[in-house]
Design a protein around this ligand. Structure first.
Ligand code: ADP
Ligand code: ZN
Ligand code: ZN
Length: 754
């Protein structure tokens, strides 16, 4: 008879999660033991009973069975939040091919020994008049932090501590004098259950328009009909969970709809997680939720330390908050009665984890919702191909918003400029005649301009006019980018060196930078429009803490006329005075070796265009491109998502790319090229055998060289597997682990599925 064994972790909130203990599963419990179940186990010398969580059930004993102990029984209150998250980790491991430890570390925060922090609220003690005066004074003296704080107090007189610290970037050192003067006070641990408290009535929310109302009602009617009433009017889950797409153009008021849905779910005593891309998690966004729901919200962001993160976790665990807002990782908030997960801008690349397990928040959210009996709402103006195709097929519910929420704001007018024509007329600058005329016009009128360029640095590469060689990173297969400080940088590994005076391969002095980046764009803009005040926002200018928020609020306050930047500037910031958006080189993102590049280009262009005319003034967008006829550019110019979708889905079906199939990728990397080759040959044989045994229909490609073959001195090859069934990676991993143990030369293997 085959015996089964359970790998168990003991008291997770206490110590590290990277150690499991193996126990024998008694025959009588065989049917009930699975990942996530809480069990009683004999532990330590005295064999006293401890509580543990089963993380894995297996037929493989890890040590001598004669010395192995048996599980004593199943704990009575076996369905805790941790159990649910462990079950989720199990699902994630299977789908994305990670180890159970990697998955557990993703879903469970490890307790760090830090000083317990309280939930703080900062309250303004000034009257309206005093506040206005204080604000003027702060502005006059250029007290930046104080100005930001007082401006925020104009909207509400209570702000959560974490918002003051992380979104407004105000340190406790700069708060201290204000507390001493009695300008502000800190309220500790008081949870503002009444969101209306301290707010003026007209600020507490807008009345939904007919379209928004219809979307919220459709959702709610369905949700309510699936709610299972628990004892004493409580409700604990849905009979069947559902995923929704809220497909609404930019400015159609999706956030108001989320808040209405959340409000209703919260009133049923259930909890809500809201995912927002980190980059859009600005003060304005957070405050919109805070104004409506008050202190029931906990906020996560990547700037929190592990200890601070754990504190937010504890608030959720203890039921002191019932809304968790944050980027990807907020998905794992330990709510015991989770009723709704909202994912704003669901198409965003940032929802995909770049480390193992390389999970996608959208997919993981659906897995979690299934375990909790909750719904998922995905919101976007440009849904991902995956989501939209599922909404069309009826797998997801479709909710639509087709007009802008402000009746006096319209979609911007868009013009496409063919840069080839521009060159023919002898214009060699970065600005087409059309774009520069429009910029000049806005400057004359005192309106603001955004210029978008999806590449940072000064010149995109440096090459030699004599031999044609470009300067490559010695550690990666990419050209190095020239920055304005006179150094060359590798954007893949960070390596840098001073700009050489002579060509590194032939010694010729005729070497120069070609192509452009945001730094050069900034310089050219200052030359063309010397009277304009220019700000630049990219990874280089926002590297320091809070750099992000500082640039945005300066631009918002009208301290500059032109904001130049990479994709950072197009994501979710509303500037009422921006009436012109210039897209300098729309094709940059088209020429990347990835089947999703057209989709990315369309999304970026549509988002950038959506930045113009957010207020009541009409907006204008100028798209400069060398490929005006490419469908992603042409449809983005018309803001026609459906037209883009139908072209793109036809291409994906023809080429058999997701969402027409699932594509798994096994990435092999090694410093030693020969070792990599021989490993790949053996791996390929084994993987084909596994796939054949599974008898699924599949198509495999490779292993082929990765689009950038060498990164950071590691050579990389990828094996692509296209098939319908997607949890094949878990099976492949076992075999690869075995192979790694016996191969010479350190080969790393990573897994991904899309
Ligand atoms: P989206 O997320 O779809 O781009 P937002 O939710 O940010 O749109 O809304 C855009 C703007 O319209 C916001 O300033 C918001 O306050 C406003 N708004 C949304 N719904 C309404 C409404 N029903 N009435 C008035 N203003 C609204
Ligand atoms: Zn040369
Ligand atoms: Zn490099």
């Amino acid at each position: 008879m085959k015996q089964t064994f359970a790998n168990v972790i003991i008291d997770i909130s206490h110590e590290k999660v990277d150690r499991t203990f193996q126990y024998i599963v008694p025959e009588t419990l065989k049917d009930r033991i699975k990942a996530g179940v809480q069990v009683e186990i004999p532990f330590g010398k005295g064999n006293s009973l401890r509580r543990g969580f089963v993380v894995e059930v297996t037929n493989q004993p890890e040590f001598d069975i004669d010395r192995m102990k048996e599980i004593a029984g199943i704990s009575p209150d076996s369905v805790s939040v941790q159990s649910q998250l462990i079950e989720l980790a199990w699902e994630i491991k299977k789908l994305y091919g990670s180890t159970m430890n990697q998955a557990l570390k993703t879903v469970l925060p490890v307790k760090q020994k830090t000083k317990r922090r309280e939930k703080k609220t900062i309250r303004c003690c000034l009257t309206r008049e005093e506040l206005t005066k204080a604000l003027e004074e702060a502005r006059g003296k250029s007290y930046r932090a104080r100005t930001r704080l007082f401006e925020a107090f104009l909207e509400t007189d209570q702000i959560p501590g974490e918002v003051v610290e992380h979104q407004l970037n105000i340190t406790s050192a700069s708060l201290k004098p204000l507390i001493e003067k009695g300008t502000v006070e800190i309220i500790r641990r008081e949870i503002c259950r009444d969101p209306l408290k301290g707010l003026q009535k007209e600020e507490t929310g807008v009345a939904l328009n007919a379209e928004q109302q219809a979307a919220a009602e459709t959702f709610w009617n369905s949700y309510q009909s699936r709610l299972i009433q628990g004892p004493e009017g409580t409700s604990n889950r849905l009979s069947k969970e559902k995923t929704w797409l809220l497909y609404g153009i930019t400015g159609s008021g999706k956030t108001e709809v989320y808040m209405e849905m959340m409000d209703r779910v919260l009133k049923k005593g259930r909890q809500v997680i809201v995912l927002i891309p980190e980059i859009a998690l600005t003060y304005q966004t957070v405050m919109r939720f805070y104004k409506r729901f008050g202190g029931r919200i906990a906020i996560l962001n990547s700037r929190l330390s592990a200890g601070e993160r754990y504190d937010q976790w504890e608030l959720a665990m203890k039921g002191e908050v019932d809304i968790m807002i944050g980027p990807r990782s907020a998905l794992f908030a330990p709510f015991s009665n989770l009723g709704l997960i909202v994912i704003d801008e669901e198409h965003e690349g940032a929802y995909k984890s770049e480390t193992m397990p390389r999970y996608h928040a959208r997919e993981a959210a659906i897995l979690r919702a299934r375990l909790s009996g909750a719904d998922v709402v995905l919101g976007s103006a440009t849904p991902s191909m995956e989501t939209y195709s599922r909404a069309l097929s009826g797998e997801y519910g479709m909710l639509r918003l087709q007009s802008r929420a402000f009746s006096d704001s319209r979609l911007a007018r868009t013009e496409v400029v063919d840069l080839r024509e521009e060159l023919k007329t002898g214009n060699k600058t970065m600005f087409s005649r059309c774009l520069s005329a429009h910029i000049q016009d806005r400057l004359n009128r005192g309106q603001q301009v955004m210029l978008f360029m999806n590449r940072r640095g000064y010149s995109s590469f440096v090459s030699c006019r004599s031999c044609g060689e470009a300067v490559q990173c010695p550690h990666c297969d990419v050209s190095m980018t020239l920055h304005k400080n006179g150094r060359l940088y590798c954007h893949y590994c960070g390596y840098s060196l001073p700009m050489p005076k002579l060509c590194l391969s032939c010694g010729s002095p005729y070497i120069a930078g070609f192509g452009t980046g945001t730094q050069k764009l900034e310089e050219m803009t200052r030359q063309m429009f010397p009277e304009a005040r220019v700000l630049r926002m990219d990874a280089d200018t926002t590297a320091k803490k809070g750099g992000h928020e500082e640039i945005l609020s300066a631009f918002e306050a009208g301290e500059a006329d032109i904001l130049i930047g990479t994709q950072m500037i197009v994501k979710g910031h509303d500037f009422k005075n921006v009436t012109l958006v210039g897209i300098m080189a729309a094709d940059l993102s088209l020429n990347t070796p990835d089947y999703r590049c057209a989709e990315r280009t369309f999304q970026l262009l549509t988002q950038a265009a959506g930045r113009a005319g957010r207020g009541s003034k009409a907006g204008h967008v100028v798209i400069q491109t060398y490929q005006p006829d490419h469908y992603s550019i042409e449809t983005a110019a018309r803001q026609d998502y459906e037209a883009f979708y139908s072209r793109e889905i036809a291409y994906r079906k023809m080429m058999n790319y997701p969402p027409a199939c699932r594509m798994s990728a096994v990435l092999f990397a090694a410093k030693d090229e020969a070792a990599l080759d021989s490993f790949c040959q053996e791996a390929e044989k084994r993987i084909s055998r596994i796939l054949e045994e599974l008898s699924v229909s599949f198509q495999s490609i490779g292993p082929v060289n990765a689009p950038v073959y060498k990164v950071n001195d590691m050579y990389r090859k990828i094996l692509y597997i296209k098939c319908e069934n997607c949890d094949i990676l878990d099976k492949i991993r076992d075999s690869m682990d075995f192979l790694m143990k016996y191969s010479t030369g350190a080969v790393q293997v990573q897994y991904d599925v899309s």
